[in-house]
Design a protein around this ligand. Structure first.
Ligand SMILES: C[S@@+](CC[C@H](N)C(=O)[O-])C[C@H]1O[C@@H](n2cnc3c(N)ncnc32)[C@H](O)[C@@H]1O
Length: 312
């Protein structure tokens, strides 16, 4: 049984909810989903910054899937969809070493990093595939017992297609384990960024970094049921990311090349506005204030996570 990650299961506070725009399945704001090549620029930093924080949640998700249908059964076969640098595969292989895992991602840089990791870790029965989750070409209908995916669906151009593909490749009775970011504005970064922007231009409007319909637990539940999943159980919880220093956190925000963060940078760029460089002092002050926990530098990030099953 994996150990519990540092988490707070809760709904958003009133203040946090007020920061968000109303979210409806019909009236969403669009967001320009980043391409695979854009994720490649971020691959080197991604493992260093995200892996350790996400790993306990990946363990928890793997265990929840295992409770529904055993991942150590000889017939079990899993997909880690949107693997990035492989944190879900790492959790699966640590708990169920002989499990066959296909790990797919649309980004060549992520898949290169993941392929190196397969040999570094000495994993057997792990295949890396360069694939768009909207079209899992080469993965047969009903060929997998489990599909797990963390922090990818909400960042794609067409999450409905991604979910339909997940369902297609799952055996009847098979399991989905899903994690997405719960806040489409990613308030841990967007709130200090927006405040910094408004110090220079009070008219600045923040933009969603991901698809609003695939973030909050209630929306994700509804989307999965519409797609044909049953026994859908999603909840929101808080993930804590501790930084070594405020310098490290700011450097990651400005120079990490995370394509979703770059959407935020781009939202500032407009005729007549000063360069991004001029936002840096205010952002550093506001980001530091938001993350200060008795001298430690900690981001609080809301996530939606849970399981569902294909009927059968
Ligand atoms: C925030 S990272 C999450 C990676 C990993 N699952 C984790 O939790 O650490 C998002 C990942 O989704 C991948 N991605 C984005 N759009 C995709 C698509 N259409 N098909 C497959 N992967 C995609 C990116 O390349 C990136 O590796």
């Amino acid at each position: 049984m994996p150990s519990e990650p540092a988490l707070v299961t809760n709904s958003f506070s009133e203040e946090e909810t007020a920061k968000k725009s109303p979210i409806s399945r019909n009236g969403k704001k669009s967001h320009p989903a980043p391409l695979g090549s854009q994720w490649s620029l971020h691959a080197a930093k991604y493992r260093q910054v995200a892996d350790g924080t996400i790993f306990p949640f990946a363990l928890m998700l793997a265990d929840e899937c295992h409770q529904i249908s055993p991942l150590d059964a000889p017939s079990a076969r899993a997909l880690d969809d949107g693997t990035g640098t492989g944190v879900v595969t790492a959790a699966l292989k640590s708990l169920y070493p002989s499990l066959h895992v296909i790990a797919a991602d649309v980004s060549p840089g992520m898949i290169d990093s993941f392929t190196t990791r397969i040999s570094d870790e000495g994993w057997e029965n792990v295949e890396a595939r360069l694939l768009d989750a909207q079209n899992l070409e080469g993965i047969g209908n009903a060929s997998l017992s489990h599909v797990l995916s963390t922090f990818m669906v909400c960042l794609t151009p067409d999450p409905k297609k991604v979910v339909a593909e997940m369902l297609r490749v799952t055996r009847p009775g098979g399991v989905l384990g899903l994690g997405v970011w719960a806040d489409p504005y990613f308030g841990a970064l967007n709130t200090p960024f927006t405040k910094a922007c408004r110090e220079l231009d009070p008219g600045y409007q923040s933009v969603p970094m991901m698809d609003e319909e695939w973030t909050r637990a209630d929306n994700v539940e509804e989307g999965l049921k519409e797609a044909g999943y049953v026994d859908v159980r999603m909840r929101e919880m808080m993930m804590l990311k501790e930084w070594a220093s405020l310098d490290e956190a700011c450097d990651h925000f400005w120079n990490g090349k995370n394509p979703a963060v770059m959407l935020m940078h781009d939202s500032w760029k407009a005729d007549g506005r000063p360069p991004l460089e001029e936002l840096k002092p205010a952002f550093r002050r506001l980001y530091g204030e938001a993350m200060d926990r008795d001298g430690k530098v900690i981001s609080e990030v809301w996530i939606t996570m849970g399981t569902a099953r294909k009927p059968g």
